[in-house]
Design a protein around this ligand. Sequence first.
Ligand code: SIN
Ligand code: FE
Length: 299
Amino acid sequence: MNSENKTAESLIVTLPCTGWGQNEPANPQAVEALEQGKVLYLPNLAFMLSEEEKQLLDPSLVDVKRKNISFKPVEGTLTGITDSSKEPLLRGLLQRYYQHSLSLMNQLLPDYTTSLCHPTNSLRLHPVSAWRDKTSWRKDDSRLHVDAFPSRPNYGQRILRLFSNINPYGEPRSWRVGEDFRQLASRYLPQLDRFSPFSSWLQHKVGITKSPRSHYDHLMLQLHDKMKSDAEYQKNGLQIPFDFPSGSSWICFSDQTPHAAMSGQYILEQTFLLPVSGMKHPEQSPLKILESLTHETLV
Ligand code: SIN
Ligand code: FE
């Protein structure tokens, strides 16, 4: 593992937040660090479960066809649950996590308040080791990658993610965090397959994608795949290991920050999309970086 010249301090910024929004002072450093691709680490921000909710920490509640239980709080759609008697409790938990996340974002990242959209969240009950054993390399998130959705093109919108470790046995979520996006993309760009508008149209026509992939979506998916399939990069690419303890939370732009989950079990995750125009520094987005490297308009 190559962690030369990289320390946790250069990739991970620790903030002292203790509450989910109320009475937290705004911190201008948060948006700056996040848009540079750093992880915001909130060691004192625990998301608490009630005694009753603790019975939901059971991997057998996840549908075998799914990786996680997921929830769209605006539409109220819950997917991936095996036991419908647990549905009201699960909905309550995931709705509360969404409300807490929203209030945290509004306080910590006020620049984004009017732009955050398409919230979805998930309860991740399986141990990370289950991915390695059961899924294909493409779906194995213990390999360093940047996020790109295969079936839901996002046309450059940012993927902002909050995670909270709710492990009841005190186990950390262990991640690896990688290098700066421009450096990463410059290195991989020559290896990425060319974009074909016809393939993109066809993939949409046969239902592989919910809307046609843009040139941007194509490049991001290619990058995701090339990173995950590159054994040399996985082993020796720039990266640092970092443990997020039980009772902590962390935030990153997961389309920009290379990340891999190495071990741990039981986390909550909240995703928001953010249009590039809603950023403080749009030029730091993967879209603008890829456009500057390719000299093309990508969406
Ligand atoms: C990922 O988003 O790639 C996995 C993160 C995690 O579940 O810890
Ligand atoms: Fe990921």
